[in-house]
Structure formats: C-alpha cells, structure tokens
Design a protein around this ligand. Sequence first.
Ligand code: T4K
Length: 371
Amino acid sequence: MPSQRQIYVTKPSMPSKEEYFAEVSDLWETGILTHSGVKHQELERHLLKFLDVPYITLFTNGHLGLEAAFSLFPAGGEVITTPFTFVSTTLAIVRAGLTPVFCDIEPEQYTLDPSLVEKAITPNTVAIAPVHVYGNVCDCGAIDAIAKAYNLKVVYDAAHAFGECVDGAGVATFGDMSMFSFHATKVFNTGEGGGVACSDGTLKRKLDAWKYYGFETSGGDVEVVGANAKMTEFAAAMGLCNLRHFAEEQVKRAHVCACYRNNLNGVAGIHFCPEQPHVQSNYAYLPVTIESELYCRDVVVSRMDDQGVHSRKYFYPLTSEYTCFEYLHANPEDTPIALKASREVLTLPLYADLSEDDINRVCEALVKALR
Ligand code: T4K
C-alpha cells in the first residue's frame, strides 16, 4: 500500500522565491547583514503601524524577547503567570532571575483567570505575565486594572496573538510590554524571530540595549546584563515579504477554521473554544477539547497519527510539571482547570493553504479516532 501523505500541524507561509530574492538582493551591495540594518529598520517601521504601537524591538526569536522583557525587573521578584503555555513563558521568567507563581486559567478560553490573580499577589510580586494562548485574547481590561491597583507591570506573552485587535485596538496596546513570536510556525513569520512592543520609550531603549549585549551605543557603557539577540537582515527581509501577504493569509485561515467548525459541528464529546466577538482573530491555532469523560485525548492523538494526521498536544504537560521547575514545588492540582486542559486539548492542523480535501481528511481521521 502506498504510504499516506502526512498532514502536519502547520506549514509556514512563505513568499515566492522571486519576491524574497528581490528583497534580499541589495544585501549583496551593502554587505550589512545584521546590527539594525535597513531591512530591520524598515520592518520595525511597518510593524509599528501594523500593530498600532509606539515602539517595538525586534529579536532573534520570541523567547529571547520575553527574557529581555523579564530581565528589566529586579531579580528575586515574583511573576504571576499561567502554567498552560509553551515552556518558553516560564523559562523566560526563571532565566531572568524571577519566580513564577502559577495561577489557574478560565475554562472557555484557557487564558489567565483574572478573578484568581489578586489572591496570588504578595509583597514580592513585580509583574503579571498572562498568555494570549492560541490567539485567545485574555481579559486585558480586568488584568490591567488589577495591575494598576497594585502597581504591578503586565508583560503579555502574545506569541500567538500577532495582528489581533480587541474592540478595534491592537492587542499590544494593553499592558506594559507584549511579546510576539515570528517563528516559522506562527501566523506571521521571519523564520525565527520575535518582537516586544511597548509604549514607553525608556523600556524600548533598555530592550534595544539588552539584545546588543547591554550596549546602548556601540562601544559605550553596559548598564543592563544583556545578550546577543539581534534579528538578522535575512529574517527581517522575510518579515517584510510576509507582512505584504498577511491579510490574504488571514482570509484563508479564517476559511479553514470555518470549515473545521462546520464539519465537526455536533460531534459528541468534542468542542471548540467559543469565538470572542470583541476580538478580530488571527486564527493562529485551532484547539479542540476532547472530553475526558468520554475519550482519552492521548489515544485520539495517536490514532490520528496512525492515519498520517498530526495534531499536537499543545500544551502538555503544564509547565509547572516539568522536571526543571520541580524546585518551585508547584502542585498541578492547585490549577485544576489548567490541568484538565492539558489532558484534554489537542490542536488541529491549520495553515493558510490547507485544502478542503485535507480538512475533510483531518476531520475523518478525528471522527474515526473517536470510535
Ligand atoms: N510563548 C509561547 C506561548 C509560545 O508558544 C512560544 C513558541 C514562545 C513563547 C517562544 O517563541 P519563539 O522563541 O519560538 O519565537 C513550536 C515552536 O518551536 C514554538 O515557536 C512554539 N511556541 C511552540 C508552540 O511550537 P514544536 O517543537 O512544537 O514545533 P515543531 O518545530 O515540531 O513544528 C511543528 C510543525 O510545523 C512540524 O511538525 C512541521 C511544521 N514546520 C515546523 C518548522 C519549524 C514546518 O513545516 N517548517 C518549519 O520550519 O515547537
């Protein structure tokens, strides 16, 4: 029997070779390949407008952007965050010398539950780090209000939320800093890359310095303990090309999501997150909850794998369960909703060019896996 074509959880959107080659061709004239060159500056300018923010700092990847953001707080402080996320969120907090304090999520959108945040605040709390997981936008109004009342900063992990708007406002207009990932698997990619948006010029200067070893000016003083995390010109050029096609990609992704919701409507034991009417979604991920009372999510994932359809267990386990964070003594039972989500959710294959035939194949594989 011929081997089946595999369908992976995602596939990066890329410009045509011609468009990318045209974008990078002048790098052979200038020989400037990094250190905030022309492409980097141009991408920054476009992103400010696109994201509706006053400042953005571009990074080698989103993770280092998060690390930079958390490194601006005095070491030893506590950061209230969610364990239902990619490990990067928690790693960034820890690597910046801070202590994550895990707070549960709300059951519909899987984002940090603001009603629990206040109880987690201690005299050592310095910040709140919510995650717009899957592109589901947090209750930013409630979170920002708590932060204001307690004089805390908010760093949004917006790795999944590029290009989203809340009641017409860019998602990064909330909180103090928002990190977007431009990894190959994201709705907007530069291959590897990321950006931290903020509305404070001092923060922007510090983030710029952090990614350049801490130098504010070449050869000047080093005030922050930084790293080397600059975006290259080749990555920025990829970003310039992909940004031109973002709107059309979004239309295609919206269609894919609508097809899935339509095809799987009424299948017992599974459900989608309710759409957020106030949010202009970017259709980054399509999580499906497999009710554990009826089915075992892990069995479903492996039965789909056997049919050549690769969903993902984003996010399993909880970050609080990883061995490297054992020293925090976080009990996953203290975040029961997050624990349940980590055992029940899978994300379906989703990318702009996923054909209707392939969507049908994924749906059939899922339904068969449930039998
Ligand atoms: N915060 C959150 C909430 C995040 O989700 C992430 C990253 C970050 C922070 C940190 O941002 P970055 O530092 O990454 O910018 C992936 C990604 O590596 C990671 O970016 C992402 N989140 C995480 C959720 O998923 P994997 O190991 O699960 O994915 P991977 O590499 O197996 O790719 C998935 C599928 O995509 C593959 O089966 C095939 C396809 N693919 C992947 C790559 C890399 C391609 O077709 N081409 C490619 O180049 O981690």
